[in-house]
Design a protein around this ligand. Sequence first.
Ligand SMILES: [Zn+2]
Length: 434
Amino acid sequence: MLKSALALLTLPLGFALGCVGNTQVPPPLPPNPLRSDLNAAPTTAKAAQTIDPYLSPFAVRDLYVAPRSSLSKTIAKLALPQAEQTALIASLEAQIDPSRIASGTHLKAITLHQGDLLPSRVETELSANEILTSEHCGPTCWTSTKKTLPIEHRTAAFAGVVTSTLWNSAGEAGMDQQLTTKLTDVFAWQFDSSREVQSGDRWRMTIDQLFAAGKPVGYGEIIAAEYSRGGNIYAAVRYDTDGTPHFYTPKGDSLRRLFLKSPLRFARVTSGFSKGRFHPILRVRRPHRGIDYGAPRGTPVMAVGDGEVTVAGRRGPSGNMIALKHTGPYETQYKHLSRFATGIKAGSKVTSGQVIGYVGATGRATGPHLHFELHVNGRYVDPEGVAFPAADPVPAREIDKFRLVSNQAVASLPPWSKETINTAAVRRKPVAAE
Ligand SMILES: [Zn+2]
């Protein structure tokens, strides 16, 4: 981004600024026949000074659609004569809706011939592999064509060992937040990545990496992943049923459970479930029935399972709280929220993973955090270690096909990380509670 911004500042566009540092005056160049409409002498003395006919014959100017702007407004920055601009936008509109182009979209205005005053080609990157090319075809004539580059799939492998948090180990392995979330989401029903991860845990995974024209353009879905934790290995392979990815054990059992292990994707546990602890505000020893997740104000809070909202309102020391009634004997509660998600009120139906509210510090709280409770038959239960019912395994009629996919997926995994742990896990202090 920074490089592109610099390019924007330093790369001259045909008609603008630009000086190649050449003090000798070279012979005049023949006008560009394609651009005779634009090669006319500039009308002001100021413009005449800015034109350098000895620019590189191929100059590129980078532009980006600003937030709350549009493709048309971005093109206006090229300062084309009005009739040219109208023709260019009309040719774009024949292919796409310019008002629906995302902010940040990259445009290249390209000057193809030496001496050109204005760009002859504008390339709009609609997506990682879709380019809309607009060519100047004569006075007030532009044609736009959309080209889709084929996506090539390659397998990328990552492995790591946890020394502080899973997030740090993934970062050290070269994974960004989006990629790390894919890993934690696969095991979101098996363990809580904020409190059930320990120093010394090892993980490895392979994922579909996408390329267009030889350039990496993003990631698809995880192919296989393993997480080794306290002598257990959690294994996942992807198998697509009904066109959507599902994760199973290599034997074909579903990883999906009735409840996610955590209502937050990014958090750390500041106070775990316990029968007795010293209360930081009331200054008495009393049981902590629930889990406190420290997270910045505004962090999205997810429903851990499908259910119905029974409470969404302010409740004394609990602050803004949500209670969900799930199937069977289960209920979950989410407290101290800064606010509720749109449409969340008593009687609303929610689905597993749906954002229902946002972390806050309402009610009796020393700082922004989520207090989360699971109730079974009206009693508090620590979700850690509870085996919730699993979703359906791979259908029997597909099991042979599944085994082939599963064997290949497991074989694609890289070796485990060989890194050794020499730092003891740091005990974290609670910072926010109740
Ligand atoms: Zn609490």
